[in-house]
Ligand binder design. Structure first.
Ligand SMILES: *Cc1c(COP(=O)(O)O)cnc(C)c1O
Length: 788
């Protein structure tokens, strides 16, 4: 035998497939192939493995997770890990002289916006890993959330062309396309199926993303008459529906497009289910809710409720009395926010002009609701908070609660707020519907995959059971007083900081030191998340160091990662402000070597995977009562960072698990905020606190420039004068400033005793078991989906 044949014989089937694919498709050997070619070959060969078990769970109840976004990140890395092919891939590449990180250069993060989409992705992973038949349904946007860059400190957006390297993980199912109708327009919804591979590869579920296409590709007749633009018009109009995630909805045209998107994927997914159901049971729909559970991820897919009613009544000949109980038994709704502006409402006029055929069924739901209210003795004005339609608006959250058998919040405090305020009247009407399901994250992505060093260490100590049963991390607590364990743990953190520093050097062109304390705030930019409070605090520390007011300060790297919505002017102002602070500090030799601020470019899942393992302080500083749950707080915790945060969202449960002493909690609690809201006087605070005043004044006193945009003045006014829709300092930055600063500096001091500080980090990691999405998904399964 030649050595070539010998080598081939030793290869796994997967490795042979990679080689064959390269040869057949590109006529190349591995050593000659470029990154894109390798990416396609590895993906294709892995797809062969995934297909073996794909769609095996045909029997029994199927859970359908309807979501406008699935923020899965890079598909290739997660899929290889779950198929158990990551090592084989690395080995194959290494033996052929190729750096395994080539795959990281290809494929951008698919396909969402923030926490809600990432949660959907974690759920898919957990369900598949634990053998639950759960499929995702959404939209195959051509462009995801924009790609972010900075120009002179201002955010710039460009299209996220995530498909530019091709899409080897999807299978187009032309044969399963369905038709979706709008007023004056009909389109095809063509499904693209992505395998959702559970850890170990035994269960492979499906993420089905719909793409909008014209009924008629191209009008040959019009083209022939030299009407070139007209020949493509229908195609462009159809493709616009699945063109971008969250199109700007400042205008009426933008709102119309969003509603179209929601109806598009809701209707297509329901048609798909109804068709499959009929194939099994024929025309008797009485078993529908035994066959399918549909989870509505926020209000975006809630139009599904009247749409299924329409299909049942208009097309399947059922009466309302027959159809509605089945519908209610099928749907469940997850609320993700207490922000009033995010509880969707559509104008009746718009709704009727886009999907008049569905509007009739919204009215029917409203009539049925009114009857139910009357039976409970709720009449006249008392009906107002329930109305699905009140004069000019359709309230999607109300429709969701009425049409579902279960409604859940995403952390204990959040569910309590739903019951006590946001959906208070509904809770009084149907308390049995309300449940809590505290969010979670998948440890396969957020530890096993992103932090190999820590994963190996944990497995060494307690075995690998934690990969599918995160509770087992608790066994690590045993070693909390073992100096050798803590030393190794600290060493791993240190190495991960170096890895991040190298990455930052490469992609940002900025040198940072792993000797600094790494303090990270990474999440979407929003006023309620209070990146501006973080910025004020950093500026105050800067002045404090210069004046010698702060002694014994541990050198700190303050990292921010955040995208601001393109139309959110104040959020963009905060980005510019932080970059101005960074510039000031960079340019001042007096603080060099003691602090550094950096706003990372294009924060997304892939960046998060680099950040979590290296972070030491996790900034979770939202105003109490505003962050529904948060999930980045869990990712940081799992990777051994302490939380510097408020009593908000899941922070409360994190502290409950890991101990208040092992975290840094500050600020007003929700009860206090509720109490002082009416009489709150931020101007007084500002006037009586010179340090706070100096930080706030930097927005307008010439310390920094916003390039004449007026951004900084607007931020200043929002704090001290209020804005059109809110009171001054709506998010209580000034209120929490002192206690934040004090707590932050305490954490910073304690870091100087590494044994003490790393023990806290370690205990956070060891107590993160509760925050696995495996636990969350099991609760949904037992308490919502199998509930009949
Ligand atoms: C986890 C995650 C989020 C959610 O962060 P929160 O701090 O919980 O809002 C947002 N974006 C990305 C890329 C994430 O991975």
């Amino acid at each position: 035998m030649t050595s070539e044949t010998e080598k081939r014989n030793k290869m796994s089937q997967f490795q042979k497939d990679v080689i064959s694919f390269l040869r057949l498709q590109y006529g190349k050997a591995l050593a000659e192939a470029d990154a894109t070619e390798i990416y396609h070959s590895v993906s294709a060969a892995a797809m062969c493995q995934a297909r073996k078990n794909w769609g095996r769970l045909e029997e029994g109840k199927k859970v359908c997770y309807f979501s406008a976004e699935f923020l899965v990140g890079r598909l290739v890395s997660g899929n290889l890990v779950n198929l158990g092919l990551a090592d084989q891939t690395e080995e194959l590449l290494r033996e052929n002289g190729v750096d395994a990180s080539v795959l990281e250069e290809i494929e951008d993060d698919a396909l969402g916006n923030g926490g809600l989409g990432r949660l959907a992705a974690c759920f898919l992973d957990s369900a598949a890993t634990h053998g639950i038949a759960m499929n995702g349904y959404g939209i195959r946007y051509r462009y995801g959330l924009f790609r972010q860059s900075f120009e002179n400190g201002f955010q710039k957006e460009t299209a996220d062309r995530w498909l530019r390297f091709g899409d080897p993980w999807s299978v187009r199912r032309e044969d399963e396309r369905v038709r979706v109708d709008f007023k004056g327009q009909s389109v095809w919804a063509v499904p693209y199926d992505y395998p959702v591979i559970g850890y170990g590869g035994r269960t492979v579920n499906t993420m089905r993303l719909w793409q909008a296409e014209p009924m008629e590709e191209f009008r040959f007749d019009l083209f022939n008459e030299q009407k070139y633009d007209k020949a493509y018009e229908e195609r462009n109009r159809a493709e616009a529906i699945s063109a971008v995630l969250y199109p700007n909805d400042d205008t009426d045209a933008g709102k119309r497009l969003r509603l179209k998107q929601q109806y598009f994927f809701s209707s297509a997914s329901l048609r798909d289910l109804v068709k499959k159901y009929e194939g099994k049971y024929g025309g008797d729909f009485s078993h529908f809710s035994e066959e399918y559970a549909i989870q509505l991820n926020d209000t975006h897919p809630v139009v599904s409720i009247p749409e299924l009613l329409r299909i049942f009544m208009e097309e399947k000949g059922m009466s309302f009395r027959q159809a509605f109980p089945i519908i209610r038994q099928t749907f469940a709704y997850t609320n993700h926010t207490v922000m009033a502006e995010a509880l969707e409402k559509w104008s009746v006029k718009l709704f009727r002009s886009v999907i008049p055929q569905v509007y009739r069924y919204v009215m029917m739901l409203q009539r049925s609701l009114l009857k139910a209210l009357e039976q409970k003795g709720i009449t006249g004005q008392a009906q107002a908070p329930y109305l699905i339609m009140d004069g000019s608006l359709v309230h999607m959250a109300r429709m969701a609660v009425y049409g579902s058998h279960a409604v859940n919040g995403v952390a204990q405090i959040h569910t309590e707020i739903l019951k006590k305020s946001v959906l208070k009247e509904w809770y009084q009407l149907t308390p049995e519907k309300f449940q809590n399901k505290t969010n979670g994250i998948t440890q396969r992505k957020w530890l096993l995959q992103c932090n190999p060093a820590l994963s190996r260490f944990i497995t060494e100590r307690i075995g690998s059971g934690w990969i599918t049963h995160l509770d087992q991390l608790k066994k690590m607590e045993r070693f909390q007083n073992d100096p050798e364990t803590l030393r190794r743990f600290g060493e791993i953190k240190r190495r991960n900081k170096q890895v991040l520093a190298d990455y930052i050097e490469k992609v940002e062109g900025v040198t940072v030191s792993p000797d600094f304390l790494f303090d990270v705030q990474a999440k979407r930019l929003h006023e309620y998340k209070r990146q501006l409070l973080n910025a004020f605090s950093i500026l105050d520390i800067y002045y404090g160091l210069k004046e010698g007011r702060i002694a014994g300060f541990t050198p700190t790297l303050f990292l921010f990662g955040a995208k601001a919505a393109p139309g959110y002017f104040r959020a963009k102002g905060i980005i510019k402000y932080i970059s101005e602070i960074a510039k000031l500090i960079d340019g001042d030799p007096a603080v060099r070597g003691r602090m550094q601020v950096l706003f990372l470019t294009n924060y997304g899942v892939s960046y998060a995977e680099k950040l979590m393992p290296a972070a030491e302080i996790s900034e979770q500083i939202s105003t109490a009562g505003t962050e529904a749950s948060g999930t980045s707080n869990m990712k940081f915790m799992l990777n051994g960072a302490v939380t510097l945060g408020t009593y908000d969202g899941a922070n409360i449960e994190i502290v409950e698990q890991a101990g208040e002493d092992n975290n840094y909690i500050f600020g007003a609690r929700i009860e206090e905020i509720e109490k002082i809201r009416e009489s709150y006087d931020p101007v007084k605070l500002y006037q009586s606190n010179p340090r706070l005043r100096r930080a706030v004044d930097s927005l307008v006193d010439g310390t920094f420039s916003d390039g004449g945009t007026g951004m900084f003045r607007e931020l200043y006014d929002a704090l001290l004068k209020g804005a059109s829709w809110h009171q001054p300092d709506h998010y209580f930055l000034l209120k929490d400033f002192d206690s934040y600063q004090e707590t932050r500096l305490r954490a910073n001091r304690e870091y100087q005793n590494p044994e003490l500080f790393y023990r806290k980090c370690y205990l956070n990691m060891a107590n993160a078991g509760k925050f696995s999405s495996d636990r969350t998904i099991r609760q949904y399964y037992e308490e919502i989906w199998s509930n009949r």
